[in-house]
Design a protein around this ligand. Structure first.
Ligand code: UDP
Length: 315
């Protein structure tokens, strides 16, 4: 039997590259598309020699031409960290809007199943807690985070339109904060920032008073959820994340403890529109995917600290 073929956009990024690994391991042929704007060849260099892995450097906001048959189009290309999308708001909007349109057109032409990597940011600064898929969100469209939030909200609407009009078998994964090896050390997100600050015994920069919360999911748990979602026909959004909620100040203290750093904590101004609380309701994913998280925050952080220490030693 011939192998299933999956196209992964953003396949050289943090989540995309882990997804490529999993697909190769499961016997797929993988075509990885990435313009390397935030992704890196380092994340996939171990796959480049595999005959079932093809890398194409391409910007998905431009027409995508693929000769092969495709069974899946898994659309993970996006600028995703606040630091990056504040720097590159137009590219962020274009990949969510034009990029998603091209990927859907490709899925339609190939009669492929389609998955959108969406985000908890569609809930904005939520007024409902924890966030269920049925919550419509509280987003400032003209604020500095609007470029990311609205591009993903538009992408979700476009995916649903293609499903309704063209009957494409779609998935929408609303991914909550995810962390682990291969995050960029300079991507500005809280876990890489704190770990690197702690490993260098520098102060940990807590924005605001550190009362904001997030719920952090380890990458292996997320990939398991995404992989399961590919095979269950759920043509509507589904949350994927770890419901263990923690304040940013507690996170800073935990990272100092785990790294045995001598770092202090310093308080910096809170960024505009920074969501105050975030916690996924994953009842739907548990029920429909028979999925649950396996890796505790402490275990996942230890793995991630180990990975960043090796990276630091090599640099
Ligand atoms: N944050 C912080 N210090 C940092 C980086 C981030 O206190 O050095 C806070 C940020 O203000 C937010 C939370 O950590 O409340 C998570 O930020 P991140 O950029 O990781 O992702 P977000 O969940 O906001 O997309």
């Amino acid at each position: 039997m011939s192998k299933k073929i999956a196209l992964v956009t953003g396949g050289a990024g943090f989540i995309g590259s882990h997804l490529c690994d999993r697909l190769i391991k499961e016997g797929f042929k993988v075509i990885c598309l990435d313009n390397l704007i935030t992704g890196s060849l380092k994340n996939i260099e171990h796959l480049l020699r595999d005959k079932n892995f093809i890398f194409i450097r391409h910007d998905i906001t431009k027409f995508i031409q693929i000769k092969e048959r495709l069974d899946y189009v898994l659309h993970f290309a996006s600028i995703a960290s606040p630091k990056d999308y504040l720097r590159l708001p137009i590219q962020t909007l274009k990949s969510g809007a034009l990029g998603t349109h091209n990927c859907l057109g490709l899925a339609k032409a190939k009669k492929a199943k389609f998955m959108l990597a969406s985000t908890s940011e569609v809930y904005g600064d939520p007024l409902v807690h924890p966030q269920k898929e049925s919550y419509w969100g509280n987003v400032n469209p003209v604020g500095v985070r609007g470029c990311y939030d609205e591009s993903k909200r538009f992408a979700e609407a476009l995916v649903m339109a293609y499903h309704r009009v063209h009957n494409i078998d779609i998935r929408i994964a609303r991914i909550f904060n995810t962390y682990g090896p291969r995050m960029r050390s300079d991507d500005g997100r809280v876990i890489p920032n704190f770990i690197l600050q702690a490993l260098n015994n520098n102060p940990l920069t807590v924005y605001g008073r550190g009362k904001h919360t997030r719920s952090f999911c380890y990458i292996t748990d997320l990939i398991e959820g995404i992989f399961r979602l590919m095979f269950v026909k759920i043509n509507e959004p589904i949350n994927l994340g770890n419901p263990q909620e923690i304040s940013i100040l507690e996170l800073a203290r935990l990272i100092i403890k785990l790294t045995q750093a001598k770092s202090k904590i310093v308080f910096k101004p809170i960024p505009e529109d920074d969501p105050q609380r975030r916690q996924p309701d994953i009842i739907k994913a548990k029920r429909l995917l028979k999925w649950s998280v396996k890796v505790s925050l402490e275990e996942g952080l230890k793995e991630t600290i180990h990975w960043f220490s090796l990276l630091k030693a090599l640099s």
